[in-house]
Write a protein that binds this ligand. Structure first.
Ligand SMILES: [Zn+2]
Length: 303
């Protein structure tokens, strides 16, 4: 009887210790999370580089998404984009329509890791069916279809667009929609991601149909300086800070930092580059010449 009581007491003691351990782990996790959140805040991932050397995890999925398939001309029932990209894509479609371009359609938006795996394997099989060995087929396929984890579509920030006649081919570049998008998509925060003359940098063949959302501030700079995302990130890394005058007299200051604890005044966006740094976008207090000699602060809604 005494032995049973002893065992019971031992069991209760162990149970108590387990509770204590759980509480300790929980509190530790909370502290680490708070330190992390307080230091850098979450990354918007607007400038997250995704390619075969910078893959995203199988679990990566965009938060707050929207299906735009019923809001714009689409060839699928589901064209999912991250909310910020979706809002601008809808605006872009509306403006194209106003300018008489009505045949453009959305073909692909967010893709899961699993879906990308299927696409990639299909491409390997196609190459094998025309006589290539597996290694060659894999190499060739990876130039045309992103390997799983290496697709910007997994971010929910990329959209493929085409016309019914062109499909997802180089012919899209010569259509009215293709030409309009090449010139104007930056106004909505999208960049033509895989240009013909940049394929030696992006390591992706020319894709005049693939647009990546990076936000209007960055898209404008990339468009004006004719930089692909890789070049833009290199520029930021080398310069450490660049200024950009946009929308009248609004000046943005964009910083590159590897110090995750560094904070900047007037921060409107912070994005990990997927290499070793963060790009922090801030706006400057600007002088309005029409006002008395005082400074006004412009709050810019960054979308
Ligand atoms: Zn694409």
């Amino acid at each position: 009887m005494e032995k049973i009581n002893k065992n019971k007491n031992l069991f209760l003691l162990m149970k108590k210790q387990c509770y204590c351990l759980y509480i300790l782990i929980f509190v530790s996790v909370m502290i680490v999370q708070n330190i992390y959140a307080g230091s850098i805040g979450p990354s918007s991932d607007l400038l997250l580089l995704v390619d075969k050397d910078h893959k995203v995890d199988i679990r990566y999925a965009p938060q707050k998404t929207r299906n735009i398939a019923n809001l714009v001309k689409s060839c699928k029932k589901e064209i999912i984009l991250r909310e910020d990209a979706a809002d601008e894509a809808i605006r872009m479609f509306d403006d194209m329509k106003k300018e008489g371009i009505a045949d453009v359609q959305a073909v692909s938006g967010h893709r899961t890791y699993a879906y990308q795996t299927r696409l990639f394997n299909n491409e390997i099989n196609r190459k094998k069916n025309i006589g290539h060995k597996y290694d060659t087929a894999y190499g060739l396929a990876s130039q045309e279809v992103a390997v799983p984890g290496a697709s910007e579509h997994q971010l929910g920030l990329a959209i493929d667009l085409s016309t019914q006649n062109s499909g997802l081919t180089e012919q899209f570049a010569a259509t009215a929609a293709g030409m309009w998008l090449d010139k104007n998509s930056y106004k909505y925060g999208f960049i033509l991601r895989y240009k013909k003359e940049k394929s030696h940098i992006t390591k992706i063949v020319w894709e005049p149909w693939h647009f990546r959302y990076v936000g209007k501030i960055h898209a404008r700079i990339m468009y004006e300086k004719d930089l692909c995302l890789e070049e833009y990130l290199d520029l930021l890394k080398n310069e450490k800070v660049i200024k950009s005058m946009q929308e009248g007299n609004t000046c943005y200051q964009i910083f590159y930092t590897t110090d995750i604890y560094k904070t900047y005044e007037n921060t409107i966006d912070r994005s990990y580059d997927h290499q070793d740094g963060y790009i922090v976008t801030t706006f400057l207090v600007v002088e309005d010449k029409n006002m008395p000699p005082s400074y006004i602060r412009r709050f810019i809604k960054m979308k």
